[in-house]
Write a protein that binds this ligand. Sequence first.
Ligand code: HPA
Length: 261
Amino acid sequence: MPDIGIIGGSGVYQMPSVELIREVPVDTPYGAPSDTFKILRISGIEAAFLARHGSGHTIPPHKVNYRANIRGFKELGVTRLLSMGAVGGINPLLEPGSIVVLDQIIDMAAGRLSTFYDKGEVYHVDFSEPFCPELRAVLIEAAQGINLPVLPRGTYVCTNGPRFETRAEIRAYSIMGADVVGMTAMPEAALAREAEICYATVATVTNAAAGISRDKLTTTEVIETVNKSSINLNALLLNAISLIRPHRGCPCKDALKDAKI
Ligand code: HPA
């Protein structure tokens, strides 16, 4: 059973140069995950990989079955989940290609099924720190280990999409303190917390957000930048996986404790 999971975002539908052991279709009480889970062997460690948007990128952000995806990882035995995401840069210091290890989220998405507990049992999990502190530290250490510059913190605003934002929205999000904008970290991060799975995200800045650049935003630019960053991203994840220690000392594993009404 793999202990480690990886979610590939836009432009990342597989992990290059790693051994594929098998593909596992998983069904869940919440429906089907985005794709089959690919069980990989990375430096002798098993990891389960899932393409968030499906292997052919057919599922838009608001239609991703986040509950099925996280439940699928849980059923496979995953306790640590590293996710990848393409983002627009709001903070002017972030150029296309910059990599951010996120530490905060502002959730502006709407209409998504965002809890496992909406029938009978009511839980309010602590989400003050939406990302696992231990996994974040591992990612930062992994980046240092390969001399890859990363921004060690950043606030992600999650929009509903699938359209890109207006200039006024980005101005508002900037005033709210957002550094980057994307469409998928929520409810993924919150569901991972409810599933007591450690979760951290590596965000790749693929474009300047609306109005930060005067250019028209295009998905071509997003995918091209992810492709250009893929060698760095892959190296970062592979190194991070080798640095994850078996023991979990973070609060994620006890997220449901004292959270039930
Ligand atoms: N906005 C929202 N999501 C994104 C962007 C953006 O500019 N770039 C990549 N994902």
